[in-house]
Design a protein around this ligand. Structure first.
Ligand SMILES: [Zn+2]
Length: 269
Protein backbone atom coordinates (compact mmCIF):
# COMPACT_ATOMS: atom_id res chain seq x y z
CA UNK A 1 0.00 0.00 0.00
CA UNK A 2 1.49 3.33 -1.01
CA UNK A 3 0.66 6.51 0.85
CA UNK A 4 -1.87 8.73 -0.84
CA UNK A 5 0.10 11.83 -1.59
CA UNK A 6 1.94 13.19 -4.60
CA UNK A 7 4.03 16.24 -5.50
CA UNK A 8 3.29 16.51 -9.21
CA UNK A 9 -0.10 16.21 -10.88
CA UNK A 10 -0.85 15.37 -14.49
CA UNK A 11 -4.19 16.21 -16.09
CA UNK A 12 -4.77 14.88 -19.56
CA UNK A 13 -6.29 12.23 -21.77
CA UNK A 14 -6.64 8.65 -20.63
CA UNK A 15 -3.65 7.70 -22.79
CA UNK A 16 -1.40 8.93 -20.00
CA UNK A 17 -2.24 6.25 -17.41
CA UNK A 18 0.69 4.15 -18.55
CA UNK A 19 3.17 6.86 -17.50
CA UNK A 20 2.89 5.86 -13.85
CA UNK A 21 4.78 2.97 -12.31
CA UNK A 22 3.18 0.97 -9.48
CA UNK A 23 0.05 3.07 -9.70
CA UNK A 24 -2.82 2.77 -7.26
CA UNK A 25 -6.21 4.37 -7.68
CA UNK A 26 -8.07 6.39 -5.11
CA UNK A 27 -11.62 7.58 -5.16
CA UNK A 28 -11.92 11.13 -3.83
CA UNK A 29 -14.71 13.53 -2.97
CA UNK A 30 -14.09 17.20 -2.40
CA UNK A 31 -16.37 19.98 -1.22
CA UNK A 32 -16.80 20.75 -4.93
CA UNK A 33 -17.90 17.21 -5.76
CA UNK A 34 -16.06 14.28 -7.28
CA UNK A 35 -13.13 14.68 -9.70
CA UNK A 36 -13.44 13.50 -13.31
CA UNK A 37 -12.56 9.95 -12.24
CA UNK A 38 -10.50 8.00 -9.73
CA UNK A 39 -7.06 9.48 -9.24
CA UNK A 40 -4.05 7.30 -10.04
CA UNK A 41 -1.00 7.79 -7.87
CA UNK A 42 2.31 6.24 -8.78
CA UNK A 43 5.92 6.96 -9.60
CA UNK A 44 7.83 8.48 -12.50
CA UNK A 45 11.62 8.22 -12.10
CA UNK A 46 11.42 8.24 -8.32
CA UNK A 47 8.94 11.14 -8.09
CA UNK A 48 5.40 10.75 -6.78
CA UNK A 49 2.89 11.71 -9.44
CA UNK A 50 -0.92 11.81 -9.49
CA UNK A 51 -2.93 11.53 -12.68
CA UNK A 52 -6.51 12.63 -13.44
CA UNK A 53 -8.10 11.84 -16.82
CA UNK A 54 -9.79 15.19 -17.54
CA UNK A 55 -12.74 13.72 -19.45
CA UNK A 56 -13.00 10.55 -17.35
CA UNK A 57 -11.52 7.17 -18.13
CA UNK A 58 -13.93 6.47 -20.95
CA UNK A 59 -13.89 10.07 -22.26
CA UNK A 60 -17.53 10.72 -21.38
CA UNK A 61 -17.31 14.22 -19.78
CA UNK A 62 -17.65 17.08 -22.31
CA UNK A 63 -15.36 20.13 -21.88
CA UNK A 64 -18.10 22.37 -20.46
CA UNK A 65 -18.92 19.80 -17.77
CA UNK A 66 -15.45 18.84 -16.55
CA UNK A 67 -15.44 19.21 -12.74
CA UNK A 68 -12.50 21.63 -12.86
CA UNK A 69 -12.82 22.77 -9.23
CA UNK A 70 -13.03 19.21 -7.88
CA UNK A 71 -10.00 18.14 -9.96
CA UNK A 72 -7.81 20.99 -8.73
CA UNK A 73 -9.06 20.74 -5.13
CA UNK A 74 -8.41 16.98 -5.08
CA UNK A 75 -4.84 17.38 -6.37
CA UNK A 76 -4.27 20.13 -3.83
CA UNK A 77 -5.58 17.94 -1.01
CA UNK A 78 -3.09 15.16 -1.75
CA UNK A 79 -0.20 17.63 -1.68
CA UNK A 80 0.37 18.34 -5.38
CA UNK A 81 2.30 21.59 -5.89
CA UNK A 82 2.87 21.43 -9.64
CA UNK A 83 0.51 20.47 -12.43
CA UNK A 84 1.54 19.41 -15.92
CA UNK A 85 -1.50 19.49 -18.19
CA UNK A 86 -1.84 18.21 -21.71
CA UNK A 87 -4.34 19.56 -24.22
CA UNK A 88 -5.31 19.11 -27.82
CA UNK A 89 -5.52 22.54 -29.46
CA UNK A 90 -6.44 23.95 -32.84
CA UNK A 91 -4.07 26.31 -34.66
CA UNK A 92 -5.08 29.84 -35.66
CA UNK A 93 -1.81 30.63 -37.47
CA UNK A 94 0.04 28.88 -40.31
CA UNK A 95 3.25 28.68 -38.26
CA UNK A 96 1.57 26.62 -35.53
CA UNK A 97 1.52 23.33 -37.39
CA UNK A 98 -0.32 20.11 -36.54
CA UNK A 99 1.83 17.72 -34.45
CA UNK A 100 3.81 20.61 -32.92
CA UNK A 101 3.75 21.33 -29.20
CA UNK A 102 3.06 24.69 -27.57
CA UNK A 103 4.03 25.75 -24.06
CA UNK A 104 1.14 28.13 -23.50
CA UNK A 105 1.90 31.35 -21.65
CA UNK A 106 -1.35 33.33 -22.01
CA UNK A 107 -5.05 32.58 -22.31
CA UNK A 108 -8.16 34.50 -23.30
CA UNK A 109 -11.33 33.18 -21.70
CA UNK A 110 -14.40 33.00 -23.92
CA UNK A 111 -16.20 30.31 -21.91
CA UNK A 112 -19.34 30.98 -19.90
CA UNK A 113 -21.22 29.41 -17.05
CA UNK A 114 -18.27 27.50 -15.63
CA UNK A 115 -17.42 27.52 -11.92
CA UNK A 116 -14.13 29.36 -12.22
CA UNK A 117 -13.15 30.39 -8.69
CA UNK A 118 -12.72 28.96 -5.21
CA UNK A 119 -13.42 32.43 -3.79
CA UNK A 120 -17.12 32.93 -4.37
CA UNK A 121 -18.28 33.65 -0.85
CA UNK A 122 -17.21 35.12 2.49
CA UNK A 123 -13.91 36.48 1.22
CA UNK A 124 -12.96 38.78 -1.65
CA UNK A 125 -9.78 37.66 -3.37
CA UNK A 126 -8.43 39.06 -6.65
CA UNK A 127 -5.60 36.82 -7.82
CA UNK A 128 -3.20 38.27 -10.38
CA UNK A 129 -3.53 36.58 -13.77
CA UNK A 130 -0.94 38.67 -15.60
CA UNK A 131 1.33 35.63 -15.98
CA UNK A 132 -1.14 32.76 -15.60
CA UNK A 133 1.25 29.88 -16.33
CA UNK A 134 4.24 28.86 -14.22
CA UNK A 135 7.32 30.41 -15.79
CA UNK A 136 9.67 27.89 -14.19
CA UNK A 137 7.77 24.78 -15.23
CA UNK A 138 7.12 26.15 -18.71
CA UNK A 139 10.82 26.88 -19.19
CA UNK A 140 11.79 23.40 -18.01
CA UNK A 141 9.31 21.88 -20.44
CA UNK A 142 10.63 23.88 -23.38
CA UNK A 143 14.24 23.02 -22.51
CA UNK A 144 13.40 19.35 -22.38
CA UNK A 145 11.51 19.50 -25.69
CA UNK A 146 14.61 21.09 -27.17
CA UNK A 147 16.84 18.30 -25.84
CA UNK A 148 14.52 15.63 -27.22
CA UNK A 149 14.39 17.29 -30.66
CA UNK A 150 10.64 17.91 -30.45
CA UNK A 151 9.12 20.64 -32.61
CA UNK A 152 7.66 23.19 -30.21
CA UNK A 153 6.75 26.80 -29.55
CA UNK A 154 8.07 28.15 -26.29
CA UNK A 155 5.08 30.45 -25.87
CA UNK A 156 1.59 30.85 -27.23
CA UNK A 157 -1.80 32.34 -26.48
CA UNK A 158 -4.86 30.14 -26.35
CA UNK A 159 -8.41 31.35 -26.70
CA UNK A 160 -10.67 29.06 -24.71
CA UNK A 161 -14.16 28.55 -26.10
CA UNK A 162 -17.02 26.86 -24.30
CA UNK A 163 -17.68 24.09 -26.79
CA UNK A 164 -18.60 21.40 -27.30
CA UNK A 165 -19.14 22.62 -30.86
CA UNK A 166 -16.22 23.84 -32.95
CA UNK A 167 -16.03 27.46 -34.17
CA UNK A 168 -17.80 29.01 -37.13
CA UNK A 169 -15.57 30.42 -39.86
CA UNK A 170 -16.46 33.94 -38.71
CA UNK A 171 -15.51 33.16 -35.10
CA UNK A 172 -12.26 31.58 -36.15
CA UNK A 173 -11.44 34.54 -38.42
CA UNK A 174 -12.11 36.90 -35.50
CA UNK A 175 -9.81 34.93 -33.17
CA UNK A 176 -7.06 34.87 -35.82
CA UNK A 177 -7.45 38.61 -36.41
CA UNK A 178 -7.03 39.19 -32.67
CA UNK A 179 -3.61 37.58 -32.92
CA UNK A 180 -4.38 34.49 -30.82
CA UNK A 181 -2.25 31.46 -31.68
CA UNK A 182 -4.32 28.47 -30.65
CA UNK A 183 -7.86 27.52 -29.65
CA UNK A 184 -9.17 24.95 -27.20
CA UNK A 185 -11.96 24.16 -24.74
CA UNK A 186 -10.37 23.00 -21.48
CA UNK A 187 -7.60 25.39 -20.36
CA UNK A 188 -10.07 27.65 -18.62
CA UNK A 189 -10.80 27.58 -15.70
CA UNK A 190 -8.28 24.80 -14.96
CA UNK A 191 -5.23 27.06 -15.09
CA UNK A 192 -6.94 29.87 -13.15
CA UNK A 193 -8.08 27.53 -10.37
CA UNK A 194 -4.58 26.12 -9.95
CA UNK A 195 -3.28 29.65 -9.42
CA UNK A 196 -5.92 30.25 -6.74
CA UNK A 197 -4.47 27.25 -4.87
CA UNK A 198 -0.94 28.61 -5.37
CA UNK A 199 -0.06 25.60 -7.51
CA UNK A 200 2.27 25.77 -10.50
CA UNK A 201 0.58 24.97 -13.80
CA UNK A 202 2.10 24.35 -17.20
CA UNK A 203 0.38 23.13 -20.33
CA UNK A 204 1.86 21.03 -23.06
CA UNK A 205 -0.57 21.77 -25.85
CA UNK A 206 -0.48 19.59 -28.93
CA UNK A 207 -1.66 21.18 -32.17
CA UNK A 208 -4.06 18.78 -33.85
CA UNK A 209 -5.62 20.86 -36.65
CA UNK A 210 -6.08 24.25 -38.32
CA UNK A 211 -9.49 24.93 -36.73
CA UNK A 212 -11.81 25.86 -39.65
CA UNK A 213 -8.94 25.92 -42.15
CA UNK A 214 -6.64 28.67 -43.39
CA UNK A 215 -7.66 31.64 -45.51
CA UNK A 216 -6.95 30.99 -49.17
CA UNK A 217 -6.08 27.33 -48.58
CA UNK A 218 -8.96 25.22 -49.85
CA UNK A 219 -6.87 22.06 -49.36
CA UNK A 220 -7.04 22.43 -45.57
CA UNK A 221 -10.43 21.23 -44.40
CA UNK A 222 -12.25 22.35 -41.23
CA UNK A 223 -11.50 20.35 -38.10
CA UNK A 224 -13.43 17.21 -37.15
CA UNK A 225 -13.46 15.40 -33.82
CA UNK A 226 -12.16 12.29 -35.58
CA UNK A 227 -9.17 14.15 -36.97
CA UNK A 228 -8.34 15.63 -33.54
CA UNK A 229 -8.44 12.15 -32.02
CA UNK A 230 -6.22 10.68 -34.73
CA UNK A 231 -3.52 13.35 -34.58
CA UNK A 232 -3.53 13.28 -30.80
CA UNK A 233 -3.19 9.51 -30.67
CA UNK A 234 -0.37 9.61 -33.23
CA UNK A 235 1.56 12.04 -31.04
CA UNK A 236 0.65 10.92 -27.55
CA UNK A 237 3.83 8.84 -27.43
CA UNK A 238 5.93 11.96 -27.91
CA UNK A 239 4.06 13.90 -25.23
CA UNK A 240 4.54 10.97 -22.84
CA UNK A 241 8.23 10.82 -23.64
CA UNK A 242 8.48 14.52 -22.86
CA UNK A 243 6.64 14.19 -19.53
CA UNK A 244 8.72 11.16 -18.55
CA UNK A 245 11.90 13.20 -19.12
CA UNK A 246 10.50 16.40 -17.61
CA UNK A 247 9.31 15.04 -14.25
CA UNK A 248 12.74 14.06 -12.84
CA UNK A 249 14.19 17.42 -14.00
CA UNK A 250 11.74 19.41 -11.86
CA UNK A 251 13.53 20.82 -8.77
CA UNK A 252 12.10 19.72 -5.42
CA UNK A 253 11.85 23.32 -4.24
CA UNK A 254 9.92 25.95 -6.15
CA UNK A 255 11.65 29.21 -7.07
CA UNK A 256 8.69 30.71 -8.97
CA UNK A 257 6.07 33.20 -7.83
CA UNK A 258 3.15 30.73 -7.96
CA UNK A 259 3.61 29.66 -4.35
CA UNK A 260 2.88 33.21 -3.16
CA UNK A 261 0.00 33.95 -5.55
CA UNK A 262 -2.37 34.89 -2.73
CA UNK A 263 -0.01 37.35 -1.04
CA UNK A 264 -1.71 40.73 -1.20
CA UNK A 265 -4.64 39.30 -3.20
CA UNK A 266 -7.24 39.58 -0.44
CA UNK A 267 -9.30 42.74 -0.56
CA UNK A 268 -9.47 44.42 2.80
CA UNK A 269 -10.22 47.87 4.13
ZN1 LIG B 1 5.38 27.98 -10.46
Amino acid sequence: MISMDAEIGIIGGSGFYSLLENAEEIEMRTEYGAPSDKISIGMISGRRVAFIPRHGKSHRIPPQRVPYRANIAALNEIGVKRIIATNAVGSLKPEFRPSEMVFLDQYVNMTHGRDDTFFDNDIVVHVSSAEPYCEELRGLGANMADKLGIKYHKSGTIVVINGPRFSTKAESRMFSAQGFDTIGMTQYPEVALAREKEMCYASIALVTDYDVGLEGRSDIKPVSAEEVGNIFNDNVKLVKELIRALVPSVPKERSCKCKNALDGATFSR
